[in-house]
Design a protein around this ligand. Sequence first.
Ligand SMILES: *Cc1c(COP(=O)(O)O)cnc(C)c1O
Length: 414
Amino acid sequence: MSLPAKPLENARPGLDEALAHDLERIDDLGLRRVLRRIDSVQDSEVDIEGRRFLLFCSNNYLGLASHPEVIEAAVAATRDYGTSAVSSRLISGHMHPHQRLERTIAEWKGCENALVFSTGYQANIGTIGALTGAGDVVISDELNHASIIDGCRLSRAAVDIYRHNDTDHLAELLAKHAGAGRVLVVTESVFSMDGDKAPLQDIAGLTRNHGAWLMVDEAHAAGVFGPGGAGLVAELGIEDKVDVRIGTLGKALASFGAYAAGSRTLIDTLVNRARSFIFTTGLPPAAAAAAGASIGIIRREPERARSLLTRSRALGLRLRAAGLEVSHVDSQILPVVIGKADDAVAVARKLLDRGIYVAAIRPPTVPEGTSRLRVSLMATHTEEQIDTLAEGLTAAAHGGSGRSQREDTADKQR
Ligand SMILES: *Cc1c(COP(=O)(O)O)cnc(C)c1O
């Protein structure tokens, strides 16, 4: 068969042409994202493309990414076990550092067993998919992380969303699905973009009363909340009412990877059914060893997390007093809500001019009209650095109109 002599008149645009058009639309909405290159260790100060900046948007909450003990654990594991697991854990990729880390996590969390995944994203999609399927229901908080949303979609279970932290709405949905197959309730414990805490005691009670299962993602609570940093579930003492606890190794634990923790049966099920565990390469030995070292430091030095939370609350209240809209001051995450995506980007740009890096968070990461600067504190920030941020942020957010940002927000809502 010969090719047509000339292109069809309604030929589709080429890939670059079509995608350039899509990108223009993203640009027009003020939602274009670009990568910013960090040229140094990630601590309270970093080099970005040749300039030194104060960093206030890292998840290195406890400053452990540059801790000598953590680095040494990674180096030693690389020397002893090589650079990579080079296989799925179920083939030849299950190595001693993985097993040691899983025992450490199980003991830390006070549960029977744990399973390490290669990322938190994979832990969530794999676990939700392993526990539910067609005929089942997942009930999920509306502000849950994208990896939970994608896990719900991939699971083939029906998905029902409850209003953020609204336990009445959750109760309604649990009653509505009383006749369904398995029902899994999923929430974060400390929410990633708002820094507020879920009412876990109520959620756990309701879930139990309805015979449903509860999965809690402790991505931002692990290492920071609870005895020895074991998380919010441990702080509240409701371990027996939470079936699955997820956490990442990539935030306060200053490594890479993630885990699910719970009963022996749960973990055996995940090993057999979690596709994102089965069909991917195991965690590098260095990452497993580094996370184990971080857990050791966190348990030994609880004052790191304690001082982080005290100082974060103080900063949040100070920003509020300066007229900024800080919707929650309950954790190391302080959402400074600006409103429109363009405005949030403008404030972030003014901060960069002052040598302060805080990324603007825009839709689809957060709901329309709630674009924000998500300030995250590190245990290693000095008081002087925090002062510089508070002054810079206040000036940048108020700049231009000369009115308080709260007044502007109130205007927009009228
Ligand atoms: C960051 C995050 C994840 C993903 O963890 P990674 O290890 O970075 O893939 C999952 N859940 C929540 C709530 C998170 O904030």
